[in-house]
Write a protein that binds this ligand. Structure first.
Ligand SMILES: CC(C)(COP(=O)(O)OP(=O)(O)OC[C@H]1O[C@@H](n2cnc3c(N)ncnc32)[C@H](O)[C@@H]1OP(=O)(O)O)[C@@H](O)C(=O)NCCC(=O)NCCS
Length: 207
């Protein structure tokens, strides 16, 4: 599948730019991840990928998302740039988006960039792409028990809890809040510019 149109896509918030990254930028992002995303005794992710950080696997993860892209099943892994440098990752995925109009998001920031409102800004960018750019009806997120920052970002942006599930990133079940944001409740806290989306729309299953 020709995913080249995705390379031009840009989301801009007051402080951030979100877009796909070059190979060198992914290397730099890997070093941000290596420097730490969370305290080692905590695990905010459903899959404990930060317990075994490998450069090649990290780069391959991003490459494979484009390689296996399909309008029926896509996974957009936007890299978050602050002052031109990569600081984190804002992912968004969907299956049969054209019919379901439903997206699932996930994200992380290097530790030194957390707690300054940037997580809220990047999620807002993803939600603007979903609701305004692509015509989504619902957006899903979640937070493992104890992940106050992630849960707070969702709360601020209007998500409601629809249930509790369990995940076992380190072999022990941990409660996970299932969160949903409906289009009618979406009220972006700041403007987001979306550039060069039009040529990429068919890749998302949107005609
Ligand atoms: C989740 C994450 C992306 C959020 O980004 P961020 O830039 O830290 O978030 P923000 O600064 O925009 O907002 C965090 C909110 O949580 C609050 N918060 C954070 N830690 C808190 C704590 N221990 N107690 C109470 N509130 C807390 C902040 O005060 C802020 O709320 P406010 O704006 O009402 O004050 C980031 O923290 C991160 O990468 N964490 C590690 C990876 C992760 O958890 N990813 C998500 C997996 S689902």
């Amino acid at each position: 599948m020709n995913t080249e149109p995705l390379r031009a896509l840009r989301l801009r918030t007051p402080r951030l730019e979100l877009r796909l990254a070059s190979g060198d930028e992914l290397e730099e992002l890997f070093r941000v991840a290596e420097a730490g995303i969370h305290p080692p005794e905590e695990m905010p992710f459903a899959i404990a990928w930060t317990d075994d950080l490998q450069r090649d696997a990290f780069i391959e993860f991003h490459r494979a998302k484009l390689e296996t892209w399909s309008p029926e099943d896509w996974h957009l892994q936007l890299i978050v740039f602050l002052d031109g440098r990569p600081i984190g990752d804002q992912g968004m995925r969907a299956e049969r988006f054209g019919e379901r109009r439903h997206v699932v998001t996930g994200s992380w920031l290097g530790r030194r960039f957390q707690g300054q409102g940037l997580g809220t800004e990047m999620r807002t960018a993803a939600l603007e792409l979903a609701f305004r750019g692509l015509g989504a009806l619902t957006a899903e997120s979640g937070a493992l028990e104890g992940n106050v920052a992630s849960a707070r970002v969702s709360e601020k942006l209007g998500y409601r809890q629809t249930g509790t599930s369990h995940v076992s990133p380190r072999g022990v079940p941990v409660p996970h809040s299932d969160l949903l944001l409906e289009r009618e409740r979406w009220d972006p806290p700041h403007p987001v510019e979306i550039e060069h989306l039009e040529p990429a729309l068919p890749l998302f299953g949107v005609s």
